[in-house]
Design a protein around this ligand. Structure first.
Ligand code: G
Ligand code: G
Ligand code: MN
Ligand code: NA
Length: 256
């Protein structure tokens, strides 16, 4: 396949880059973090949507190499922002495959050490489903990462194999509520009930609760009223180049 061959070459040809989507703290109305998101620009096809190549990277066995590049690049960016005096947490998505690699801890340590990033500014986003596969191992690994000062977020929470029991046992810092629960929050009561319940659990456990995919002011008001602590979504900003994050920070005023 043509895409296959192109992906094999993409890392070396430096066709990958990261964009960053801002996250706003609802109490302070300030940008407190960003999520790094992988992009691929092919020389002739242009920008390829992540949905079209992330699963490909997984099945080709390339996700670890590309994931390592993502880790290193996001850590380098975090270090640059820290040196510029900006207070930003940087979220990094880990694929299921990466999470199951036996040397993941060493790889993360490596990325942090070589970049000079502060572990406390790095937040790893893992999906529920993959963390659940082997709870004992996952708990041990997450514990080591947190002991090293790195933050952990459960991504896309609420879809997939939700197990509250495991969630309660996982050493984590944040829950990211999947945007499926946010998109209809103003009209679907069931979604509000779920968001309220997740938020209550998060608060009880001292976790941040981030609502994803907030696009409108009304959605923002709803999740705010339900106790969510941070929002991420087009209302605050689309994923953007790192320089644009810096200008956003200078000019940002809370919407509404
Ligand atoms: O912008 P969005 O279209 O970026 O991302 C689509 C999907 O791709 C999301 O589910 C997101 O978690 C995933 N994704 C984006 N960037 C990365 C990355 O760096 N690593 C992994 N494993 N997944 C990513
Ligand atoms: O799966 P994960 O949560 O890591 O990926 C986030 C995905 O959600 C990315 O594809 C990102 O571009 C997308 N996204 C972020 N904010 C919004 C939003 O407000 N609306 C929609 N429809 N998608 C969003
Ligand atoms: Mn994510
Ligand atoms: Na998500």
């Amino acid at each position: 396949l043509e895409v296959e061959r192109a992906l094999h070459a993409a890392l070396e040809r430096q066709e990958f880059f990261l964009v960053y989507q801002p996250q706003m703290d609802l109490r302070t109305g300030t940008i407190v973090g960003v999520e790094s998101l992988l992009r691929w620009r092919h020389p002739t096809w242009g920008l390829v949507p992540p949905t079209r190549f992330i699963t490909q990277l997984e099945s080709l066995g390339l996700i670890s190499a590309v994931g390592q590049w993502v880790l290193e690049e996001a850590c380098r960016q975090s270090r640059r922002w820290e040196q510029a005096g900006l207070n930003l947490r940087v979220g990094i998505n880990l694929s299921p495959r990466q999470f199951l690699e036996p040397d993941l801890f060493a790889r993360i340590q490596q990325a942090i050490r070589t970049s000079g990033a502060s572990p406390a500014r790095i937040e790893l986003e893992i999906t529920e489903s993959l963390a659940m596969q082997d709870p004992a191992n996952a708990i041990a690994l997450l514990g080591r990462l947190r002991e090293a000062g790195i933050k952990i977020a459960i991504d896309d929470f609420g879809i997939g194999h939700s197990s509250l029991e495991y969630l309660l046992r996982f050493p984590i810092d944040a829950i990211k509520i999947d945007r499926a629960f946010v998109s209809n929050i103003t009209c679907v009561q069931a979604d509000r009930v779920i968001v309220r319940a997740v938020t209550a659990i998060g608060q009880t456990m001292g976790l941040s609760v981030i609502a994803e995919g907030v696009e409108t002011l009304r959605q923002c008001d709803f999740v705010d009223a339900l106790g969510v602590s941070e929002i991420q979504g087009y209302l605050i900003g689309k994923p953007m180049e790192p320089e644009r994050i810096e200008s956003l920070l200078e000019t940002f005023v809370r919407p509404g």
